[in-house]
Design a protein around this ligand. Structure first.
Ligand SMILES: [Zn+2]
Length: 215
């Protein structure tokens, strides 16, 4: 569908080009072709829901802290709240019956694990390096039970591959957060595990996972 749309768009805009090239417009055909290219790439990106969901029923779980929400300790959908700033990822909540069950997390793309450790605010956290639309991204999976993850740093995770389990709520495994998955997608290949940032400019370095995950 995406390819078809892009194709139709390209055909339509190419015929526009053909018209304008014979008109006395100051814009050159090259200028227009360049802007078409950019537009087509943006459109592809918007429609590319190619990444695997990290958890079953993913789209039903982002109910408390979506990407980009601004929270403070006194205004947050979560209580108690220890964070302040714009949320750089999407939080996938557990269903009530999962509080005492194992909840599996899966790789959203294919690429190597580049970090696996305990971090304040997360408990267990891993970072994976991947590419989407030929652009490098790093993926942060937060609040995991580290000893359930057999993949080591530099080993590749295949899209859809089982990674490990969510950490237990209000324990060291989640650094005392509720049981949930924080998924962040950062542009570029630098490791960045910030869960919150202090400006919209910094937030623009992050991608809303819900825009590129399969439903
Ligand atoms: Zn989060």
């Amino acid at each position: 569908m995406k390819k078809l749309l892009s194709f139709i768009l390209t055909i339509c805009t190419l015929s526009l080009c053909a018209c304008s090239s014979s008109s006395p417009f100051s814009t050159t055909v090259d200028d227009i072709a360049e802007s078409i290219d950019e537009f087509t790439i943006d459109l592809d990106f918007e429609l590319d829901k190619n990444l695997y969901a990290p958890i079953v029923n993913a789209s039903e779980r982002v109910t408390v802290k979506p990407f980009g929400i601004f929270v403070t300790p006194t205004s947050s959908p979560v209580s108690p709240e220890v964070f302040y700033g714009y949320h750089t990822g999407a939080d996938f909540e557990i269903f009530p019956e999962e509080e005492n069950q194992d909840v599996s997390i899966y790789s959203i793309c294919t690429g190597p694990l580049i970090l696996k450790r305990f971090a304040t605010g997360y408990g267990g956290v891993i970072v994976q390096s991947c590419s989407i639309n030929n652009e490098k991204i790093t993926v942060v999976y937060g609040h995991l039970k580290l000893n359930s993850i057999s993949t080591e740093v530099n080993q590749t995770l295949i899209e859809g591959q089982y990674i490990g389990l969510l950490g237990n709520g209000y324990s060291e495994e989640t650094d005392n957060e509720r049981k949930h998955l924080h998924l962040g997608i950062h542009k570029g290949d630098e490791i960045n595990i910030l869960g919150y940032v202090q400006s919209e400019e910094q937030l623009s370095e992050w991608i809303n996972p819900m825009e590129i995950l399969q439903n």
